[in-house]
Design a protein around this ligand. Sequence first.
Ligand code: DC
Length: 447
Amino acid sequence: MSINVALDGPSGAGKSTIAKAAAEKLKYLYVDTGAMYRAVALYILSSGKSPDDEQEVISALKDIDISLIHTDDGQRIILNGEDVSDRIRTPEISMAASKVSAVPATREFLLSLQKDLAKENNVIMDGRDIGTVVLPHAQVKIFLTASSEERAKRRYDELIARGESVVYEDILKDIEQRDYNDTHRSVAPLKKADDAVEIDSTCISLEKAVDRVIWIIKDAVAKESRREVPKVRPVVKGRKTPLFKRIAHEFLRLVAKAIYYIYLDLHFEGLENVPKDGSNIFASNHRSYTDPILISLKPKVMFSFMAKEELFKKNIFFTAIIRIFGAFPVARGKGGAEAIDMSIERLNKGYNLVIFPEGTRSKDGKVLKGKTGVALVAAMAQVPVIPVGIVFEGKLKFRRKVTVKFGKPIIPKEIGVDDCSPKKLRIMRNEIMASITELVEGNVNKL
Ligand code: DC
């Protein structure tokens, strides 16, 4: 999602200087919408039309093509293929821009160009109606003001520095006239959006104003990222998986049990910790491909677990077996949102979910660092997590001692995990990993 900053205010308040500096610092795209209105004004004047004649302005719009490009020299405005960035900065164009901008058709004409730029980029867009009309949903809205005398003085100093001979009173009159035009036009008048932060730059340096703007943006972005915390979607317990699936699963479980008990020296511990109902998460260390089966041999509840999509393409027989054992495919690289949604869907259907928080198999049996995915599913679904430790002993291939240990259920609410904020997810993950480590290695090792 792109970040949109709307920076509105009257002429000469320092919007462009501030927006440019803040955009450069934050690596955002700076969009000067005033330059677009100026380009329209330039076209009107240079084609001998009057900016006061609404019909003439409207009929000229179809012949105008405006785009913004970004070069090493900063933003350039292109009018019908020609770079007019320097030609639009005259008092005559300023006044004409104020007039053409009062024509609703002109505003309509530039609106989609402005909206499109904001859709695709993090932007700081300056103008008069950005926070109210162009980007009403901007995450940041700033209204920059300064007294008309201060603004006139800044413009006067700027023009004198450029070697132009100007009279302060004329500039002040000009600014006051444009203010009047911009605030009194019927469409999209210059107006502070209700939710905009006002900065008065009369008595502060522009550097200070830039710092303040950057601070406001950073603060809003931080708030925004906190807002994107996934919502809790508590799973309703008590749903039963379909009977035919339970029968098929039970049958296969007995067959697998017979085979595994012959092949391995198999032990279970903590079976009293296994809930009798469904919709729980079993978070286990990961030693072998058969871990999901090992976990589901003893408890008489139906399990489900994520498996790499490729496993489902091996052969029909294998696919059928792992499906009966509750596997559901997750495409590589799509682990995020899709896997989370599917996990919650399974829990909602009454399945117990097996998740391997380490994300990969441990070669030496040591418990690896856990990822927060399991914590996210548990916090979102607000379901108990039963830690599982699978311990392989010895090097025998046949009759190797394997112990599957079930730990005490971890209930998210009981450890204060009642939302999905990064902090709560870390608490959940650490609790789960400490329990798994304790089961596997016999010691508490909180991260
Ligand atoms: O910001 P500026 O001075 O370059 O703007 C030139 C004129 O364009 C100004 O008088 C008002 C108008 N304008 C507007 O109406 N809406 C905008 N979003 C930007 C500028």
